[in-house]
Design a protein around this ligand. Sequence first.
Ligand code: TGC
Ligand code: FAD
Length: 389
Amino acid sequence: MSQKLDPMDIYDVRSLLSEDEVMVKDTVARYVDDKVIPLMQEAFEQHQFPRHLIHEVAELGLLGSSIDGYDCAGMNSVSYGLICQELERGDSGLRSFVSVQSSLVMFPIHAYGSEEQKQRWLPAMAKGEAIGCFGLTEPHGGSDPSNMKTHARRDGDDWILNGAKMWITNATIADAAIVWAKTDEGVKGFIVEKDMPGFDTQEIENKFSLRASVTGALFFNNVRIPKANVLPGVSSLKGPLSCLTQARFGITWGVIGAAQACLDEVLAYTQERILFGKPLSNTQTIQIRMADMSRRITTAQLLSLQLGRIKDQGRLNPTQVSMAKWNNCRAALDIARDARDILGGAGISAEFVPIRHMLNLESVITYEGTETVHQLVVGKELTGVNAFG
Ligand code: TGC
Ligand code: FAD
């Protein structure tokens, strides 16, 4: 007799996890069910990031979870992925917060920062007492960061920073921004603190996507940055791009959670919805559509798990992350859009999760490299030809 399958885990990926990984997944899943899902619909409607969650995710050790030492949890990459998956099952906004803090702010400080910078920022960021943001994208075009205009010049021991960054998660709530700028010595990372004269931020309002997340712009007008706030370990575009690899890895997992939430919703709804004398779930086309969601979720789960294992073995190639970011975001967005449709008119109501996930995923497929960027990264790997230009 074959056992009944878990509709959210048809290939029993759970059995491929270690005991520690299962514990991380279950702990975060419980937290999301109890504390996150109940408030996300309203947070989305109110266009508010629920800031009290920062303290809660910090308490659970979810900030900078892959870092060893500095009051961080030192978990492996698969655990980080599972954290992202469970958080995004709640809402992409909360996963975004954790991605940015962990992969885009704490990671570069840990990988490229001085010991003083690590001591100063990492424990505070792990506790959620200091919040970070990551400024790479500029108003004139985010896909091509090599064309950045933001620049810094030396002035004695200090640096003078000028320019602007756009579409920055956590912009107006951050205590410190990791800002990437061109210099005569290559692309450098600067830790810009919120009270530094000449540094300003502005929230981007009226978004239709990631409404439960803070997004904004950063402006630098002759900001004087002391040498102590320059990341000493990197002087090229490889610095910010290596941070993106970390965050994109988490996103490949995160979007699985959003897709699972959508499938879960339609599985329940279609059993209750009686049309033409029978439950909607009993019709062939609806079953095919839900089976297709399940197939795509299963594929995404296996892709991300293998990616995590490769990453934990230290042999990750960024192209592998691009393929999974492309595949999994596309799958999740298609699933959310189709789930919205299966709900009919109810699908446009905030009472049901698919439309919120669908709207969020429009950002997720765009940020951290658009779908086209990741397709072209894979194309370059296959052909050896850079087709971006
Ligand atoms: P290219 O010549 O290919 O590379 C320059 C140097 O960087 C290395 N490199 C990477 N290293 C680590 N990870 C990666 N993913 C890397 N990609 C490239 C590369 O080996 C090279 O090293 P070296 O030693 O030879 O100098 O650079 P390119 O200018 O041709 O750019 C290639 C391209 C288009 C793939 C890149 O520019 C790109 O990824 N564009 C997309 C930009 C993007 O994703 N921005 C995201 C901004 S942050 C964000 O969206 C946060 S949202 C977070 C949230 O809220 O969750
Ligand atoms: P563009 O680069 O102008 O691209 C426009 C279109 O052109 C896209 O469809 C793209 O795929 C396509 N395109 C680009 N190049 C090519 C080509 N060679 N061939 C064919 N088509 C091409 N950035 C940060 O630095 N930090 C953050 O914290 C951050 N948070 C974000 C949060 C949200 C909610 C959003 C929406 C964005 C965020 N971003 C952040 C910015 C994000 O990374 C960029 O939006 C993204 O990289 C795309 O850049 P762009 O918006 O300027 O689009």
